[in-house]
Design a binder for this molecule. Structure first.
Ligand SMILES: Cc1cc2nc3c(=O)[nH]c(=O)nc-3n(C[C@H](O)[C@H](O)[C@H](O)COP(=O)(O)OP(=O)(O)OC[C@H]3O[C@@H](n4cnc5c(N)ncnc54)[C@H](O)[C@@H]3O)c2cc1C
Length: 458
């Protein structure tokens, strides 16, 4: 059996950046990536033809080489203001050093690298005057197609540098045997001296199980519950044309909870994603003008951090999504904002007359049948608050897709600042509960690889 220096479980941006950096640091290393989804070019979501989720066993949107980011909008946030807490973990300077290195690598492999969208004081002021906080960061927008090609080029290069990549290979269990780890997969067993677990959000259950097996303590994290919102693109044009991606925070009046607008897609499409059989909403957009829709979409998420004794926030969020799927006949539910406010369901006939044409085929229904009152109220208040800076957001024909949840609630306890949870085991990226986006996940992969090779940048 070939013994690897490092086996990386998960072929998303975190795993790919870690593999690249390990090989760049030492070309003789033996490194493998194990990925449960398909090769990048074989990933195809059937919903792109049918517009409805077909509940594939392994979701092509979230799994496969290049990870959950493969068909994403390719927005790279060059800073730490959002997208995770890497700044708190590493210190702002070091986190930014590694985020900028991700940017440098993407530039090297992209065929045409876009300019930065910079933050804008005028829009910031407009938000502050309306009790909203515009989060401030420079953003590079590759778009779905350029992002895909760039990731393809990086994967090709690490494969050529000697990294063994095993796609359609699911890691089931890890066992320690003296100095080695045995990584048991659906089709083979691999051996390694060190392992990097970079299994993303879809691998949350895997991380939980691993931590249980290895006695690693898990800390509860916040969980976000919300909806994907879709409306005419022109409503947010003032923002999107100047800063590309408005990310806005609102403290709700009734509960004083944190609600945020994020993951904005100009000219975009709402998409469904399958998280281990639970279908939730998301969104993306293409960079090319001819592939744009007439709509924009973004998430509104209500954040909640549970206190003792409750410690199963992921289950709480999953239950809500499952119930939404139940009333949506196995699909995401779509509702007009006007119907929600009038306390009635959206029907197919009301939807057919809507001026905003849905870009995802979802089940017309009533989100408020499932969404807990506190989150529903937070979402409605946030829509009205956003309407003050982008009038039209609270139009009757605005569509809400339920639900969109973010499951980064488990957070393993690390034994050091290299993100090791046990000797020789690193948990990184979105699956660590620290990252929530492409640049921080990629940066964490680079940083841990440098730690392994004793070459951390300062
Ligand atoms: C539709 C969509 C749009 C997005 N848009 C953006 C955006 O524009 N900008 C941004 O910053 N972020 C965006 N995100 C979030 C971003 O994609 C993630 O933050 C990022 O991909 C996390 O990288 P990762 O490598 O940690 O995990 P992932 O990319 O999730 O990769 C983890 C990989 O591990 C694999 N895996 C899981 N369990 C196992 C197992 N047991 N065995 C083997 N393999 C396993 C999975 O199949 C997956 O491919 C988007 C996400 C989605 C779904």
């Amino acid at each position: 059996m070939k013994i690897y220096d490092e086996v990386i479980i998960g072929g998303g941006i975190c795993g790919i950046m870690a593999a690249k950096r390990l090989m760049d640091n030492d070309e003789n290393r033996k490194v493998a990536i194990i990925e449960k989804g398909r090769e990048l070019t074989k990933r195809k979501c059937p919903a792109s033809d049918t517009q409805a989720c077909l509940h594939c066993g392994i979701c092509s949107i979230t799994s496969g080489l290049a990870g959950a980011g493969a068909f994403s909008d390719g927005k790279f946030n060059l800073g730490t203001a959002y997208g995770g807490t890497l700044g708190e973990e590493l210190g702002e300077n070091l986190a930014n050093t590694y985020i900028n290195e991700v940017d440098k690598i993407l530039k090297e492999f992209a065929e045409d690298y876009p300019e930065l969208y910079r933050s804008n004081d005028e829009l910031k002021l407009k938000c502050v005057q309306n009790n909203l906080t515009l989060l401030d960061m420079n953003v590079r927008h590759l778009g779905t197609d350029k992002n895909f090609k760039t990731m393809y080029n990086i994967i090709d290069s690490i494969r050529n540098s000697g990294v063994d990549i095993f796609s359609e290979t699911t890691c089931k269990k890890i066992k320690r045997d003296g100095e080695l780890f045995h990584i048991n997969c659906n089709n083979n067993v691999y051996a390694a001296r060190k392992i990097i677990i970079a299994t993303g959000r879809t691998g949350a259950g895997f991380v939980e199980k691993f931590c249980h097996d290895f006695g690693v303590k898990l800390n509860a994290n916040a969980v976000d519950i919300g909806v994907r919102v879709e409306m005419k693109d022109i409503i947010w044009k003032e923002f999107s044309s100047r800063i590309y991606e408005p990310k806005i925070l609102y403290k709700t009046k009734t509960f004083e909870d944190k609600c945020r607008m994020f993951c904005f897609n100009q000219g975009g499409y709402v998409s469904a994603e399958n998280n281990d059989g639970v279908i939730t909403a998301n969104g993306h957009s293409f960079a090319q003008a001819e592939k744009k829709s007439d709509n924009c979409n973004f998430a509104i998420l209500s954040s909640i951090k549970f206190t003792e004794p409750f410690n199963q926030p992921t289950k709480y969020a999953t239950n809500i999504a499952e119930d939404m799927n139940m009333i949506g006949a196995g699909n995401v539910v779509v509702q007009r904002f006007g119907d929600l406010i009038r306390g009635r369901r959206t029907t197919e006939s009301r939807l057919a007359k809507n001026t905003v044409i849905p870009t995802l085929k979802a089940t017309a229904g009533d989100i408020s049948m499932v969404m807990p009152y506190r989150h529903m109220n937070n979402i409605i208040e946030t829509i009205y608050a956003l309407d003050n800076v982008a009038p039209g957001t609270a139009n009757d024909d605005t569509l809400l897709y339920g639900c969109e949840n973010k499951y980064y609630s488990i957070r393993p306890q690390f034994i050091n600042d290299k993100f090791e949870v046990a000797d020789g085991v690193y948990i990184l990226g979105d699956g660590s509960g620290i990252c929530r986006g492409l640049s921080q996940s990629g940066a964490m992969g680079l940083y841990a690889a440098d730690c392994i090779c004793g070459k951390v940048k300062q």
